[in-house]
Ligand binder design. Structure first.
Ligand code: SAH
Ligand code: TYD
Ligand code: ZN
Length: 416
């Protein structure tokens, strides 16, 4: 994996993009698989790994130092459904419409999605009869996509599968990936696949949580097994160039706590937008690839842990009831790094049937259906799905009306 033993005691990690040296800045301890919800009868040993992140001293890519095997994370019963949020459904419908208007304008366009999940974006393409193909290795969500008329292959996208698609379907005008490229340590294989599959003037468009937002908001819970890379414009441009591609556009997105949509084209095919240089200049001014700036972020993260555990212990000691809302993958990092068990948070409410009746990974908090979040309410609700705060607080407005209080920990611990 990335980490290898050297002659000194300290292990050294190597960049999975360029082979440079990765300097660690934050260690979040032993962590379980973030999307592996346990049935209450399950007493098997959970898989744990060491979650730590560092920055490449050559290309500036922020990345995890240990890889979790992909088959352990993306399995038949992967429980994350992209359509679980109304805001995200709207976001992906709009994305499909933008791609149709701006890129898929030729006579018989072809679009490929990497990590199409339950088909939330491709449904819109299928509706218009646009030639499309989704790659989705997790069986159950792929079946859901197919049930919505989406053409889907239950396999991992990489160099080999991309070249088979090129042979069977011809060149793609757009390859799109949302919240998936950052999940793929073998990103070089994906980029070589994109080089093979893309039409001459085609684009590879992907969007993922932005390292600048993570640092600015102290959102350390974006760091978990599935999120291997934490992209920025500086590191993505370097990565693209090492694969004969150019970063030609960047667009900030408000979803999932702050993301960037990157557009890559073959070198020389498109003029880069001024937004690319502007963002890279800003990243340099903020020092987003400097180890010292990232160490300061790590110090703030330790402060959030201290404040959150102090608050939860105080509430318990004064006899208040505390539950959580949103059994997110992100929350595995929060509970296991902060040591939050059922003694501090009684249960987690979530709308996903595949998570309900199960226990959260590592911390083993029981997951209850969100329909059951109602009177008698807990005194406090810890909002694990803080990235969906607006949608959830609007739906659960009665909670506050009856005196309930939300606990937030991004960007700092707050009770509202
Ligand atoms: N695009 C959706 C899903 C993101 S979750 C959204 O934004 O909501 C990431 C998805 O990528 C999972 O469904 C996982 O099964 C899939 N995935 C992981 N590695 C992949 C790969 N190499 N090729 C295609 N899909 C992959
Ligand atoms: P999300 O934050 O999208 O992603 P991740 O798991 O990658 O951290 O997960 C949101 C979770 O919150 C998901 O399990 C569904 C749940 N949820 C609700 O229970 N109610 C809601 O209204 C919304 C929007 C989400
Ligand atoms: Zn590197």
């Amino acid at each position: 994996m990335g980490r290898q033993s050297m002659s000194t005691d300290l292990p050294e990690a190597f960049c999975q993009v360029c082979g440079g040296s990765v300097k660690e800045f934050l260690d979040l301890g032993r962590q379980p698989l973030s999307d592996h919800f346990l049935s209450p009868e399950q007493h098997e040993d959970e898989y744990f790994y060491q979650l730590a992140v560092g920055v490449c001293q050559s290309c500036g890519m922020v990345q995890a130092v240990e890889q979790v095997p992909r088959e352990l994370m993306f399995r038949e019963d992967y429980p994350y459904y992209s359509s679980g949020s109304q805001v995200m459904r709207e976001h992906f419908t709009r994305t499909a419409e933008d791609l149709l208007e701006q890129e898929l304008t030729g006579p018989s366009p072809f679009v490929v999605e990497v990590g199409c999940n339950d088909g939330v974006m491709l449904r819109r393409m299928a509706r218009d009869g646009v030639h499309h193909l989704g790659f989705e290795p997790s069986g159950r969500v792929a079946t859901t996509a197919a049930s919505h008329g989406v053409q889907v292959r239950t396999e991992f996208f990489d160099e080999d599968s991309a070249s088979r698609v090129r042979t069977e379907h011809g060149p793609a005008n757009v390859i799109y990936a949302a919240n998936t490229l950052c999940h793929i340590p073998y990103v070089g294989s994906v980029l070589r696949g994109a080089e093979t599959l893309l039409a001459e003037n085609g684009v590879f468009v992907f969007e993922d949580p932005y390292v600048g937002d993570i640092v600015a908001k102290n959102s350390f819970d974006q760091i978990y097994d599935e999120h291997f890379y934490f992209f920025g414009a500086t590191s993505v441009r370097a990565m693209a160039r090492s694969h004969h591609m150019e970063l030609v556009d960047v667009k900030r997105l408000p979803v999932h706590g702050g993301e960037i949509r990157y557009t890559l084209a073959r070198q020389g095919e498109r003029e880069p937008s001024p937004a690319v240089d502007e963002l890279i200049g800003r990243e340099q001014r903020e020092g987003l690839t400097d180890h010292s700036v990232l160490r300061d972020f790590a110090d703030r993260v330790h402060g959030v842990r201290r404040d959150l555990t102090t608050l939860l212990r105080d509430l318990r000691d004064q006899g208040s009831t505390v539950a959580a809302y949103g059994a997110t993958a992100k929350s595995a990092t929060v509970t296991n790094y902060c040591g939050i068990g059922p003694d501090l948070v009684s249960s987690v409410y979530d709308s996903t049937p595949a998570k309900q009746g199960r226990l959260t990974p590592g911390a083993r908090l029981p997951v209850l259906p969100s329909e059951n979040f109602g009177p008698p309410y807990p005194d406090y609700a810890l909002l694990f799905a803080w990235n969906h705060a607006e949608e959830i607080m609007a739906r659960e407005k009665e909670f506050r009306a009856r005196g309930g209080r939300w606990i937030l920990y991004v960007p700092k611990v707050q009770v509202i």
